[in-house]
Design a protein around this ligand. Structure first.
Ligand code: PMT
Length: 396
């Protein structure tokens, strides 16, 4: 996609270099417009090196076509003003076009994201707040600044939103909002079996698969809650998260949440067994061996069956042998709409990997093999299937 970043006079201008870099890495074509004040904070050359395009600052400096603001407005799919100082916000709110950036914005009729960054008093001034409300009224999307220590030494609202948050908003605007109104629960990662205050047993699930699904669903407009086992991962933007430890905890959370959701994707690897006994005190080293007796955990999907009626339910099957037969059995036993069978015996696939090789098996027995692909891509395929099932249900 073609994206214009408008950079204005704020110390946060240096963060826009990283922002431009992140967008270029995602294969977007990025052009940068800087106000003259912005060029006092960072050099245009930094952006030019990253984007491979010259930066535009002045309206009539003889460097470009007199209609460049119009040409660029026709070229761009999206514009992001980051950082947006109080001045550009005021100009946009009142239709002032007195430099290249403000003239470009007026000439552009696509989506515009505005990420304010300024001193906290300037941000909270009634006039700035009024101007931001006007921008919202005019259809601009505001990405609120963060709270924290500002460059001037003050603490408060006014820090440019995190770059990851800006990237999320960009991707969301560019993604079809096909799951709007759909409330989705996603589980991810491993559960644990505590042994004593310092030890537990678990499995190799990293949470990557479930987190990728949650992220992609949020980008498509779904209301997503992630129930995550023991993983050290950043919560995707636009996703609510509840952390759990044991399979019982995961089951209890899902029991409470499920009635308010339309779908469940069980990408977690919940432990099937848990140590029978939890030792309140650390087990002392003694003897050459230690025996721990395990008891069976509840099967979450089977237990939830009564509350899953009318919901769209997707399971995963992690198998090292007889993949399709075992997956088919689980699909039937757990009453799923479809199951994603992933072969854990393969190299660089399933547990821990960024990739997965899977076969989607449907209720009617149809099988759709999915060649090795990034988990982020597989997440998209799974959500496409959910969309199809959702539409079919709505037609009935
Ligand atoms: O987290 P990653 O490193 O990205 O790896 C992803 C993954 C390999 C963990 C994921 O793709 C996956 O396969 N998850 C399911 C793993 C698993 O527990 O499979 P299973 O065949 O034991 O269980 C079948 C289904 O029942 C799963 O949807 C599982 O979430 C669910 N289950 C399992 C145990 C249990 N007690 N209750 C359940 O509901």
């Amino acid at each position: 996609m073609n994206i214009v970043i408008g950079v204005t006079g704020s110390i946060a201008a240096y963060k826009a270099i990283d922002f431009a870099n992140q967008l270029c890495k995602k294969n977007h074509n990025v052009r940068v417009i800087m106000t003259t004040h912005a060029t006092k904070f960072v050099q245009p050359l930094s952006f030019e090196t990253i984007t491979h395009h010259s930066v535009i600052s002045n309206m009539f400096d003889g460097q470009q076509d007199a209609l460049e603001h119009i040409n660029l407005a026709k070229w761009a799919d999206l514009c992001v003003i980051a950082p947006a100082d109080a001045n550009i916000i005021a100009k946009m709110a009142h239709g002032i076009a007195d430099d290249f950036l403000s003239t470009f914005i007026l000439a552009f009729d696509g989506p515009v994201l505005v990420a304010p960054a300024m001193n906290t008093v300037m941000y909270h001034q009634a006039v700035t707040q009024r101007n931001l409300s006007l921008l919202t009224e005019y259809g601009y999307e505001i990405v609120s600044p963060a709270n924290g220590l500002l460059a001037c030494g003050d603490v408060g609202d006014g820090k440019l939103a995190e770059i990851e948050k800006l990237v999320f908003h960009v991707e969301k605007i560019l993604t079809s909002q096909s799951l709007t109104g759909f409330r989705l629960l996603v589980t991810a990662g491993p559960t644990v079996g505590p042994i004593d205050p310092v030890r537990y047993v678990t499995n190799h699930s990293s949470g990557k698969m479930g987190f990728s699904i949650a992220q992609e669903a949020a980008l498509r407009g779904a209301e997503v809650t992630l129930v995550a086992g023991k993983v050290q991962r950043t919560t995707p933007y636009g996703v609510a998260r509840i952390d759990v430890a044991t399979t019982e905890d995961m089951l209890e959370q899902l029991k409470v949440l499920m009635p308010d959701y339309d779908g469940l994707i069980m990408a977690a690897a919940p432990a099937d067994y848990i140590p029978m006994e939890y030792h309140e005190e650390k087990i002392k080293k003694a003897g050459d061996s230690l025996t721990i007796v395990f008891k069976k955990n509840p099967d979450i999907l089977k237990t939830l069956k009564p509350v899953l009626i009318d919901k769209i339910v997707v399971g995963f099957a992690a198998e090292s042998h007889q993949l399709l037969e075992n997956a088919q059995k689980k699909l039937a036993e757990k009453n799923l709409d479809f199951i994603v069978a992933n072969n854990i015996a393969g190299k660089d696939s399933a547990f821990q990997s960024d990739y997965n090789t899977a076969t989607i098996i449907y209720k009617d027995g149809r099988q759709q093999p999915i060649p090795k692909q990034l988990k982020t891509e597989l997440a998209g395929n799974i959500l496409d299937e959910i969309q199809r099932i959702r539409h079919k249900k709505e037609e009935r």
